[in-house]
Design a protein around this ligand. Structure first.
Ligand code: BES
Ligand code: MN
Ligand code: ZN
Length: 473
């Protein structure tokens, strides 16, 4: 799909898409559009509504956006076009934007439109419709329309990559696949990629990470991506949970195990964000770490009650092998902080069912020891529709993780405060870094949407991290 700017000339494309805001009076403001508006009984520009009709040789599709649409509303409305109304689309589409459409609104629309080309039918005999050759004329009078369209393409491509990494099955998305994905990105862009295999991870002391991987036939990979810009004044560190499948280990899961192909949602967000930051050439330094591992069962699998080591040097009593995410993140965080000294550290992880119990599927649980960082993330997410809300890191919760036999245990074994105690566990491995944030994205990385009949990847984190990082530049 190619975006081509057409600054306000009429287009002969078979389909013309026009966004309509809901007007106070109920009367559509379509004076400049060259067609008579439908009666307000049929269409009044309400959010989530649309209306199509023929005008001359053209099919016109009106997209209702409501009164004051936010970024996500516009993105979702435009995603519906290819995702749901692809029968209206042939070789060419004209996305016609009124002069009042802002740069941000245009970006949201273009990102959404491109996301509509994504479909998860990867393994079907009948392949989903291919939009690669689709010509998309962008009717915008904005000065920077061209750079805006290029930016939107990059954002959408990163999000699609994040969708895919979560949606593809765990026999495809293995730790090795994620490592190769990073290496490929390194070849395409100016990124430095390092992958530690099990042997190298051992020599680096990543013992908690390796313990989780012991029960799997698939070799764990500890992936490091370094993006550097000569004009950077800020160094951001990211860590993403990359459990390519979570059986629970010997504390085997009994419910909904098939959803656990999404247990690398944090990794997907971190990898896709790294791709995007580098595609956009942002003036920032970024170091991203993805501990990638499968939590499986086998004669070598780690046992509940084992005491294992960690990169930070703390011994860990394993109460529950299903609390594996915090073990690999502990090593990811410690390794990043000891070796890279980034100004800020942000981890994203599908960490606890408790985060879902607290916030459902709308909002991630946010933890941070730095108020500015916490507010920045919360606000960035609010702006682009990836919500998060803070929970406390009070010491009393940390006491719950005290172990008799080791320095710390990985589960307090009690039916309360699961997301908070998990965050406290992580904090013990951050070497008191002054600006650390943890996003528990268990409820938001993978979910039901109008775009598929099963749960699918949401790319939660990509727009959030982009917006947050850009807000600091
Ligand atoms: N990957 C899961 C958390 C999860 C649950 C993500 C549901 C998405 C949807 C994590 O590894 C896990 O198993 N957490 C346990 C921890 C418990 C054993 C301490 C949980 O939350 O139940
Ligand atoms: Mn688990
Ligand atoms: Zn998990």
């Amino acid at each position: 799909m190619q975006f081509k700017i057409n600054p306000k000339n009429p287009s002969s494309a078979a389909l013309r898409v026009v966004p309509i805001f809901e007007s106070e009076t109920g009367k559509l403001q379509t004076e400049n559009l060259g067609f008579s508006p439908p009666s307000s009984f049929l269409f009044s520009g309400k959010k989530d509504s649309s209306y199509s009709f023929e005008s001359g040789d053209q099919l016109v599709l009106l997209i209702g956006l409501g009164k004051e649409p936010d970024y996500k509303t516009i993105e979702t409305s435009y995603r519906r076009i290819l995702s749901k109304s692809s029968s209206l689309v042939e070789k060419e589409v004209f996305l016609d934007f009124p002069d009042t459409f802002t740069a941000e609104q245009t970006e949201a629309a273009l990102v959404g439109f491109r996301l509509g080309s994504y479909s998860i039918g990867f393994y079907k005999k009948e392949k989903p419709k291919d939009f690669h050759k689709l010509k998309v004329e962008v009717g915008s009078s904005l000065d920077k329309a061209k750079s805006l369209a290029e930016r939107a393409e990059k954002i959408a491509d990163a999000k699609i990559e994040a969708f895919k990494l979560v949606d593809l099955p765990p026999n495809k998305i293995t730790p090795e696949y994620l490592a190769d994905w990073a290496k490929d990105l390194g070849k395409k862009s100016k990124l430095d990629i390092k992958v530690l295999d099990a042997k190298k991870a051992k020599s680096e002391g990543l013992e908690a990470f390796l313990a989780v991987g012991r029960g799997s036939a698939k070799e764990p990979k500890f992936i490091i991506l370094e993006y550097r810009h000569p004009k950077a004044k800020l160094h951001v560190g990211l860590v993403g949970k990359g459990v390519t499948f979570d059986t629970g280990g010997l504390n085997v899961k009994t419910q909904g195990m098939h959803h656990m192909k999404s247990d690398m949602g944090g990794a997907a967000a971190v990898l896709a964000t790294t791709q995007l930051i580098s595609d956009l050439g942002l003036h920032v330094n970024l170091t991203a770490i993805v501990p990638a591992v499968e939590n499986a069962i086998d004669k070598d699998a780690y046992l509940p009650s084992e005491v294992i080591g960690s990169h930070a040097g703390l011994s860990i009593e394993v109460i529950d092998t299903d609390a594996e995410g915090r073990l690999i993140l502990a090593d990811g965080l410690s390794y990043l902080i000891k070796n890279y000294k980034t100004d800020q550290v942000i981890d994203l992880a599908t960490l606890t069912g408790s985060a879902i119990g607290t916030f459902g599927y709308e909002c991630a649980a946010l933890f941070s020891n730095d108020d500015t960082l916490s507010h920045g993330l919360q606000q960035a997410g609010e702006m682009i529709g990836e919500k998060s809300w803070p929970l406390p890191l009070w010491d009393e919760y940390g006491k719950e993780m005290d172990s008799e036999i080791a320095d710390i245990k990985n589960y307090h074994g009690k039916p309360f405060a699961g997301a908070i105690t998990a965050a406290k566990f992580l904090q013990a491995f951050t070497h008191e870094h002054p600006a650390w944030a943890h996003l528990d994205i268990a409820g938001v990385a993978f979910g039901d949407t109008e775009f598929a009949k099963t749960k699918t990847g949401t790319a939660y984190g990509v727009s959030l991290l982009l917006t947050y990082i850009e807000s600091q530049l």
